[in-house]
Structures are given as structure tokens and as C-alpha cells.
Design a protein around this ligand. Structure first.
Ligand code: PHE
Ligand code: NA
Length: 446
């Protein structure tokens, strides 16, 4: 808890790997592609890219900076820094809403992690071999319509997350991230290569990059910004918590750039792999959350070596999902450990069980509760929408406003190694561009 007992990352590389492990996950492959498809394609992609660069990068830097200066969990870091700088302790709400967001997101994230596990097994048993579009769609609807199976897979995924977090071995995963992340990139490239053979690659390119601005609504813009926050693990206190382990020698802006380029590249590759399959098979891009689960099995089921590649892909996807899920549970557990008499294991079990229970409500939205709507949304969509479109951007806005307006400007510039024109650029972006971006997006969606 204190500065002295707070260990630091052994090296800059370890930090990049941990941040990448949190950032790269289902958000890049599952959520990115289905949101692009749902939102009509290129305009969403381009707005998302703009949000990543103009809002995501400064907020990522701001969260790391707060964590590194505060040296504690997000809530305490915010309280401490606010006090030291003569600001209101109410800034701690930024930390608190982040922990709430992490809790809510993990509940539905684990359900999709369960789908990925289930498809890993499906690849081994050859369930997808030779299937056509109807066949794979049937497999997917069969899974969705079976609450017992969904519960089992969700439980299995949460059990893995809880097991790893309870034993406190999360840092041991960096080595695995180092080897498995490049493997995931290679497999995505293979899938993009397969997409090129379908004869519909050009259509997919146009869908992703040739925008029809006329069709853009405020909601599309908000969805794109929400995706930027979700995919970079922003607005959740996670990056703040990571920053608290960060040594003084790490260059925040350069590191943020590295993590963001990797995360964005994987998302774009996912789109380039998935949409050719969509168009080649007459599927709808607006398929919804099932998009990757009806397109990728088609590719694996019909290419040579598809069984092995499919198995490898879903294993790697599950692993990427696990490292992200661990980073979601970790802040909840840390907070409980510090604020209650519970041991780490007990705190993990209690918070993991609560997340698991909420996840059951989320997965029932696909079957027995599909008519149970709140504000027109089922539980799954409600959790997803409320967190990514509101909680994350608001918390991130709080973080950037705090760094830009409440901390001493010169010391921030010095900490970021910025001088002259670059320091001015940072001030303009962090004070005006990024916050105005978030606020304008909110306004446009009203
Ligand atoms: N960024 C992760 C992904 O893209 C998801 C995540 C969100 C992880 C928030 C941690 C916190 O899959
Ligand atoms: Na991501």
C-alpha cells in the first residue's frame, strides 16, 4: 500500500506486455468487427481511428501518469493527488466509477470468453469441417439457445480467471503474452490471406474504408468512441493501477503509442479477415455479437489445415480474452483486499462469484430472458451499452480533465519529456481537444 511496499515493473518490456495483455482481447476481434458491421462500416472505422488518436492516446497517458504519481489503487491515487494539489477529494469518484465499470464489463466479457472456449472445443471435434453458412449459423444459434451450455462455458471461463487472480500469478503471464501475441498476429494474417482468396476482399476493403458520411448518426459516433475506450482498456482505472507500478524511466507517450498501434492493428486485421467471409457467403455484416462465430468457422471449415488453424485461433483468442479478463478482476479484488478484512483468495472468490452471477443474467438475454428489456435493451446489451458508451468515456474524461487542469502544467510537461512546441501541443490536446471530443460525442448522440 505504501510507496515502499509497492513493487515496480522489472522492466519497461514487462510493462508493455502487461498493458498489451489487457488491451488486446475480445474487444479487438469479437467486439470491433461486430460493431463495425452493426454500424454500417467505414464511417464507424474512421471515427474510431480518430477517437483512438485524439482521445484514446491522451487519456491513456493521463491514466498512467495519475497511477505513477499516486503509487496506489485508482481511488487512493486520485484522493492523494487531489489532496496534494489542493483539489477536491471528489475526484476519487473517477477511480470508483472505474472499478464499477470493470465489474460490470467482466460479467458479459466472460460470457463471450465462454463462447471462445466452446469454439476451441468445437474446432478439436471437427464440428465446423465442411459446414456451409447455414450449418455454422445453426451451430451458433444452438449454443445461444442453450442456457445450460452457456452457463457451463461462462463458468469455466470465470473459473480460469478466478484461479489465476486468486493465486496472484498475473504477472507470470507476461512471458506467455510475449510469445502468444505474435502468434495471434500471424494467424490473423493467415485469415486475411484467406479473405483475399474469397474474391470479396475488395468489397470488404470498401466496406471498411470508404465511408458513407450521410448515414452517420450520433449513435454511430458514440459507439465508435465507446469502442475506442473499450479496446484500450480506458476509463476503468486499470491503466491507472498499472501506472502505479511504473518506474520513472518509462516514456509514457512513446509507450502509449506502441500499445495503441498494436491494438489498432489487430482490430483492423480482424475486420479484414472477417468481412470478406461475410460478403462471400451472403451473410449480413449486422449479424450482431455472433459475427465472428459464424464467419471464422466457415473459413476454418473450408480451408486446408483449417482444423489445426481453427484450434490455434480459438485457443489464442481465449488466451487474449483471459489476460484482459484478469486485468478486469484485479482492480475489484485489490480494492476489496484493502478495504475489507478478506484475504486475497477470499476477496477473489467473493468478487468473482458476484461477477459470475451477473454474467448468468447477461447470458439469459440470448434465450429465456430475450423479451426482458430495460430501456429497450436486454441485460447483455444494457451492460455493454451503459459501460462502453457512458461509464468509460465519463471516467476517462475525468482522468484527462484532472491531469490537464488540476495538476501543475509544467511538471506534467516535464514528466512527459515535452518542451517547447510539443509541450504546447500536449496542453492544447489534453485541455481542449480530447475533453471536447468526448463532450461533443455525447452531445451529438442526444
Ligand atoms: N481492452 C480489452 C479488449 O479489447 C477489454 C478490456 C476492457 C480489458 C476493459 C480490460 C478493461 O478486449
Ligand atoms: Na483491445
Amino acid at each position: 500500500m505504501s510507496k515502499l511496499s509497492h513493487a515496480q515493473w522489472s522492466s519497461k518490456m514487462a510493462f508493455i506486455l502487461a498493458a498489451t495483455g489487457s488491451a488486446v482481447g475480445l474487444g479487438n476481434i469479437w467486439r470491433f468487427s461486430y460493431m463495425v458491421g452493426d454500424s454500417g462500416g467505414a464511417a464507424f472505422v474512421l471515427i474510431y481511428l480518430a477517437c483512438v488518436a485524439l482521445v484514446g492516446l491522451p487519456i491513456l497517458v493521463a491514466e498512467w501518469l495519475i497511477g505513477r504519481r499516486g503509487q496506489e489503487n485508482p481511488i487512493n491515487s486520485m484522493i492523494d493527488l487531489a489532496r496534494k494539489n489542493g483539489r477536491l477529494p471528489a475526484w476519487a469518484l473517477v477511480g470508483a466509477s472505474g472499478v464499477l465499470a470493470a465489474f460490470l464489463i467482466l460479467s458479459f466479457y466472460s460470457v463471450i470468453g465462454g463462447w471462445s472456449l466452446s469454439y476451441t472445443l468445437g474446432s478439436v471435434t471437427g464440428a465446423f469441417s465442411g459446414q456451409d453458412a447455414d450449418g455454422v449459423s445453426e451451430i451458433f444459434t444452438g449454443l445461444l439457445g442453450n442456457p445450460v451450455a452457456l452457463t457451463l462455458w461462462h463458468t469455466a471461463f470465470m473459473a480460469l480467471v478466478i484461479g489465476i487472480v486468486a493465486r496472484g500469478v498475473t504477472k507470470g503471464l507476461e512471458g506467455a503474452v510475449r510469445t502468444l501475441m505474435p502468434a495471434l498476429v500471424v494467424l490473423m494474417l493467415v485469415l486475411v490471406g484467406y479473405g483475399m482468396t474469397t474474391g470479396h476482399f475488395g468489397e470488404a476493403l470498401a466496406f471498411m474504408f470508404s465511408p458513407d458520411w450521410g448515414a452517420v448518426t450520433g449513435d454511430v459516433v458514440l459507439a465508435a468512441m465507446g469502442q475506442a475506450f473499450f479496446t484500450l482498456s480506458l476509463g476503468m482505472g486499470i491503466m491507472m493501477a498499472y501506472g502505479s507500478y511504473l518506474g520513472e524511466d518509462v516514456n509514457l507517450i512513446g509507450t502509449a503509442r506502441t500499445v495503441i498501434i498494436l491494438d489498432t492493428a489487430i482490430a483492423l486485421l480482424a475486420g479484414l479477415a472477417i468481412f470478406p467471409i461475410v460478403f462471400a457467403n451472403g451473410l449480413s455484416p449486422g449479424e450482431g455479437p455472433g459475427l465472428i462465430f459464424v464467419t471464422l468457422p466457415l473459413a476454418f471449415g473450408n480451408m486446408t489445415g483449417g482444423m489445426i488453424l481453427g484450434l490455434m485461433f480459438f485457443l489464442l483468442l481465449t488466451f487474449a480474452a483471459l489476460t484482459s479478463a484478469i486485468s478486469l478482476l484485479e482492480p475489484v479484488v485489490e480494492l476489496m483486499e484493502e478495504r475489507t478484512p478478506l484475504s486475497r483468495v477470499a476477496a477473489t472468490l467473493v468478487s468473482g462469484a458476484a461477477v459470475w452471477a451477473l454474467g448468468i443474467a447477461a447470458l439469459m438475454s440470448f434465450n429465456v430472458w430475450d423479451n426482458f428489456l430495460i430501456l429497450g435493451l436486454n441485460v447483455f446489451d444494457l451492460l455493454d451499452t451503459f459501460t462502453s458508451k457512458f461509464l468509460l468515456p465519463l471516467t476517462g474524461l475525468g482522468a484527462i480533465l484532472f491531469v490537464a487542469w488540476q495538476l501543475d502544467r509544467d511538471s506534467v510537461a516535464a514528466e512527459l519529456n515535452l518542451t517547447g512546441g510539443q509541450a504546447t501541443l500536449w496542453t492544447v490536446v489534453s485541455r481542449f481537444v480530447a475533453p471536447a471530443g468526448v463532450i461533443l460525442v455525447f452531445i451529438s448522440s442526444l
